[in-house]
Design a protein around this ligand. Structure first.
Ligand SMILES: Nc1ncnc2c1ncn2[C@@H]1O[C@H](COP(=O)(O)OP(=O)(O)OP(=O)(O)O)[C@@H](O)[C@H]1O
Ligand SMILES: [Mg+2]
Length: 231
């Protein structure tokens, strides 16, 4: 279980997250929705130690992540695919995966597991990452993140700008990973995608989680989407 307890965080003197509390459970997909600038990406960066936490704590099964330097956070079992994904563009698909495996010293079994999830990557192992299609790059970013065999996966708008077939492929993967017990935190703006994938939906506004409800509740009450996302 990932716990964010009363976290205040921001950039320099500016505060973005305000006494924010949030949790993500094993075997569940928790979607975070909110308007541009609400602080969704900042929350992910704070969890990863990339934005300093001014007060409050972030815990992963008893370990206080917010006490660790950023480079030690992934090793605790928490994988992060940033918005806009960041690959080693000049390296091949295979090399990007090798780098992912190094972080927690995983081997062939893990490599086979991530390539099974994304067969398109297996057919393109020697291709330079920057020449992959947008959807393939997103798959590689997720595959590389999964190479640490995480307990928690943070995905920041993974379907942004992708065509429907790629969105479906990524959605199917998220649902498959849920079966393995992974806790997934997904920032996602598309209502249809959220309704298909989420177990819980957390609505964020001005650096706070204003509502955190089971997906059935948002299916029944679309007013939440109107209030916090504007659709
Ligand atoms: N590196 C930075 N330095 C200063 N301020 C920043 C920085 N990154 C983000 N911010 C500010 O923090 C606030 C929240 O930004 P954040 O990227 O977390 O929003 P978001 O909810 O992810 O938005 P979007 O839906 O557009 O991705 C915004 O006001 C933004 O301008
Ligand atoms: Mg963002």
């Amino acid at each position: 279980m990932l716990w964010v307890e009363g976290v205040t965080a921001g950039y320099g003197n500016g505060v973005v997250l305000r006494d924010l509390s949030f949790k993500a459970a094993k075997g569940q997909v928790t979607c975070i929705m909110g308007r541009n600038g609400a602080g969704k990406s900042t929350l992910m960066k704070a969890i990863m130690g990339l934005v300093p936490v001014q007060s409050g704590r972030i815990l992963l099964s008893g370990t206080v992540l917010s006490d660790l330097p950023a480079h030690q956070v992934p090793g605790q079992g928490i994988a992060y695919v940033p918005q806009g994904r960041r690959l080693f563009g000049g390296l091949t698909v295979a090399e990007n995966i090798e780098i992912g495996l190094l972080a927690r010293k995983r081997g062939t079994r893990t490599r086979d597991f991530v390539l099974d999830l994304f067969p398109r990557l297996g057919n393109r192992l020697d291709q330079i990452a920057s020449t992959l299609s947008g959807g393939e790059q997103q798959m590689l970013a997720i595959a590389r993140a999964l190479c640490i065999e995480p307990e928690v996966l943070l995905l920041d708008e993974p379907t942004e700008g992708l065509q429907p077939s790629m969105i479906t492929a990524i959605r199917d993967t998220v649902l498959k990973l849920r079966e393995t017990g992974l806790a997934t935190v997904l920032v996602e703006q598309r209502v249809d995608a959220v309704l298909r994938m989420a177990d819980r939906v957390a609505f964020m506004e001005q650096g706070q989680i204003k509502a955190d409800v089971p997906v059935a509740q948002v299916q029944a009450d679309s007013a939440l989407f109107k209030q916090f996302v504007g659709v």
